[in-house]
Design a protein around this ligand. Structure first.
Ligand code: FAD
Length: 449
């Protein structure tokens, strides 16, 4: 198998990283990418300008020896800076002292991964859009996006790493009996708005945090970029009284931002221009099954499991896919029937779990981060984690800082913890006695039940 061709559809974050893993194992890998080479063109690198890279993703980057280089381009974010509606600010650390996530530019990361892939002998063909797959002949048909010419490529092993709207998945699905497919759009879309740097590339907001302006059923977030700017993302309903459909004029946008995010208005001089120029995009969760065909095909990354971005885990999960697959190649000594079977068996429940956790976090971020009772709950949980670091790990820390805990395990644990905290927060006088040993003992007791 090793001498034979491995074909990857999509040179995004996951396809590029996967190609490095496989080429390091001696496979001959080619990637076919629909877009032009972003290293040569001044093009936008796809969805979201920057991303939060955390421990699961870093673990995978370390395995191929590029974590340090990537992290040198990243900005550590130690917690959430909450910008409350009354103008006050609060800071919520993400985890224990020294734990943080990293804001990285999607473009820089993708370019680095492609550079490294080519250094390892991977061939990347650009402007090649996957059109269809012939499962009998083991052939993919690509259309050249510049001259419309069609060509076919033979494969022995094929990966569909072509993202949430995967053409490989569609080709698989249409010719697979009883293929399971679920797609769900949340009622909010998103729009990116750049907060430019100040004089001499200075940061106009606190640099090392993720900024959130939670406003009940919508919110704005901001992640720092190395040039001093922040990428703001407005998550906002498509329809309804306060929604994208109602912000149709410059005056309406100015009024809405002035009333809702007054501290942001002065930071974005061309706010209305950006608002109407930048696209409004939707947010989808995709769950499907099976991801594989015998020993010859596998979906990976968003193509297998697209999730909403509220846990900052889509890319991290896709990178973790590559790491798990790599371990299975070792375990099954390049026997791809076994590798793909176990890959799907292991990863499908984890992908479903992080999809559910991400939707739950959407609700938490937009509705609860400004709620005093929720903040008190988080304080109690943080204290417990401090005193009993192995017994009580907050859900966020399990997902973000504990790559040894599977997503499916994190979901189970977090459901149990949430049920306990619901009871605890009902206790009379919790606001006064939260810090005492009575509450701590009660929680520990319930944990053991
Ligand atoms: C607003 C937003 C914020 C996010 N923030 C975070 C975050 O903070 N942290 C995090 O971990 N994740 C985040 N994500 C998720 C992350 O972007 C994805 O999980 C990640 O990009 C998945 O990588 P991928 O390679 O599987 O897919 P993609 O990045 O979508 O790459 C797919 C590639 O396939 C190519 N392609 C598509 N169709 C074809 C075709 N027919 N033929 C050939 N090539 C094709 C595309 O051009 C692209 O290059 C965010 C997502 C969004 C939308």
């Amino acid at each position: 198998m090793k001498e034979k061709d491995v074909v990857i559809i999509g040179a995004g974050l996951v396809g590029s990283l996967l190609s490095i893993y496989l080429s390091k194992r001696g496979y001959k890998v080619s990637i076919y990418e629909r877009s032009p080479d972003m290293r040569k063109e001044n093009m936008v690198a796809g969805r979201s300008i920057n991303l939060a890279l955390s421990d699961r993703g870093i673990k995978a980057l370390k395995e191929v020896g590029i974590a340090e280089e990537i992290l040198s381009l990243a900005i550590p974010m130690h917690g959430r800076s909450i910008h409350n509606p009354d103008g006050s600010n609060t800071f919520q650390p993400y985890g224990k002292q020294g734990q943080y996530i990293n804001s990285v530019s999607r473009r820089d990361l993708n370019c680095k991964l492609m550079d490294l892939a080519e250094l390892h002998g991977v061939l990347i063909e650009f402007n090649k859009k996957c059109n269809s797959i012939d499962w009998k002949k083991n052939q993919v048909e690509f259309k050249d996006t510049i001259n419309d010419q069609r060509s076919t490529v033979n494969f022995y092993l094929l990966f569909g790493a072509d993202g949430a709207y995967s053409a490989a998945r569609l080709a698989h699905m249409l010719q697979y009996d009883r293929f399971e497919y679920q797609q769900h759009y949340i009622d909010c879309g998103y729009k990116e708005l750049t907060i430019p740097a100040g004089a001499n590339g200075s940061f106009l907001l606190e640099k090392n945090t993720l900024h959130i302006w939670p406003r009940k059923n919508y919110m704005l977030i901001g992640l720092p970029n190395t040039d001093g700017s922040f990428t703001g993302t407005l998550f906002f309903p498509f329809e309804g009284e306060l929604s994208f459909e109602h912000l149709k004029t410059e005056a309406a946008v100015e009024k809405f931002f002035g009333e809702t995010f007054p501290d942001v208005v002065g930071l974005i001089p061309d706010l209305t221009k950006q608002f109407f120029y930048n696209p409004t995009s939707s947010l989808v969760t995709v769950k499907c099954f099976p991801w594989i065909r015998e020993d010859k095909f596998c979906l990976i990354g968003d193509a297998a499991h697209a999730i909403v971005p509220f846990f900052g885990q889509g890319m991290n999960a896709g990178f973790e896919d590559c790491s798990v697959l790599n371990n299975l190649i070792e375990k099954h000594d390049n026997n791809w029937v076994q590798i793909l079977k176990e890959f799907q068996l292991l990863r499908k429940p984890d992908a479903d779990a992080i999809a559910d956790l991400a939707v739950n976090n959407f609700i938490e971020m937009r509705q609860k981060t400004a709620d005093p009772k929720f903040l008190l709950q988080k304080k109690i949980e943080a204290k417990l984690h401090d005193h009993y670091p192995d017994q009580w790990i907050p859900a966020y820390s399990q997902v973000t800082f504990s790559p040894h805990i599977r997503y499916s395990e994190a979901l189970r644990n977090s459901e149990k913890q949430e049920a306990i905290m619901r009871e605890v927060m009902q206790q009379q006088g919790i606001e006064e006695k939260w810090d005492g040993s009575e509450i701590e003992q009660l929680i520990l007791q319930k944990l053991e039940q």
